[in-house]
Design a protein around this ligand. Structure first.
Ligand code: NI
Length: 263
């Protein structure tokens, strides 16, 4: 069984066949899925999907690229559905995806705003005692320093679609954070990510797709879905010298540890 820790099935690319696809994935031994909200709309739709499907859980947060979505209404929504008393019905198991993206945002003032919104959402996670799902692109230093603060606050989480060096991964792992590994690992030019997988222990790895994006080989460039996680698991198995089944089993346990409410 595979625990898919990061997908966006609310995306319009799934509008035509969402129901068939999700039922097919469940039959294909995708045991659990965390649908991750990025925008305000995405956060609301993640909660809706989690209500409709027993094997789907929700993460709610505002992505750094969608900072215009951070306002009173979205803040109130995220706080409400992540509140301990609401979680049985909302099925929210994490705050995310949140973080920093300096690849798409070059303006220093806007980057500063990203850090403020990031910290505000970390505080929500702290108050709700929920783990976080972190997006970080071209912002290695600032993300690491804010995650050190988060660690001090006792916040757990995963660095999703990990793209930095093995050395930085080691820093995260030391603090108990998980590293999200997806389709990129199967790409020819993925030397750095391969080195990261070699560097960290199996106990720190989570499987994720970021569907509909980042499809692994042999489906690179196509719409991604959680069924493709077998290719990622196979690649990890090859690097670690274990079987694909062992990779699925260990990453399943890892995900259950980080997201204990996804049961
Ligand atoms: Ni994502």
């Amino acid at each position: 069984m595979i625990f898919e820790t990061h997908a966006h099935y609310d995306d319009e690319k799934f509008d035509a066949d969402r129901i068939e696809l999700l039922l097919q994935l469940k039959a294909q031994s995708i045991g659990r899925i965390i649908n991750v909200g990025a925008s305000f709309r995405g956060a609301k739709e993640s909660v809706e999907l989690a209500k409709e499907y027993d094997f789907i859980y929700a993460a709610v947060g505002i992505h750094p690229e969608d900072q215009a979505d951070w306002h009173d209404e979205s803040r109130r929504f995220i706080k409400t559905v992540s509140d301990k008393g609401q979680r049985k019905s909302s099925k929210v198991v994490a705050i995310g995806e949140i973080g920093l993206d300096y690849y798409w945002e070059k303006d220093p003032d806007m980057q500063k705003r990203q850090r403020e919104i990031f910290r505000e959402q970390l505080k929500i996670a702290k108050n709700a005692a929920l783990p976080v799902i972190i997006h970080s692109r071209d912002a290695a230093e600032d993300t690491l320093s804010i995650m050190r603060e988060a660690h001090e606050m006792g916040i757990e989480g995963v660095i999703h679609c990990y793209s930095y060096s093995p050395e930085i991964a080691r820093e995260y792992v030391k603090m108990g954070y998980y590293i999200g590994i997806g389709g990129v690992l199967t790409f020819k030019n993925s030397k750095k990510l391969r080195a990261t997988v070699e560097e960290i222990g199996m106990g720190s790895i989570l499987l994720e797709t970021d569907s509909p994006y980042m499809a692994p080989e042999p489906n690179r460039g196509k719409r991604n879905d959680s069924g493709n996680l077998i290719y990622v698991a196979e690649k990890i198995a090859e690097i670690k010298g274990i079987t694909r089944e062992e990779v699925e089993e260990i990453t399943w346990e890892n995900a259950c540890r980080l997201f204990p409410e996804a049961v």
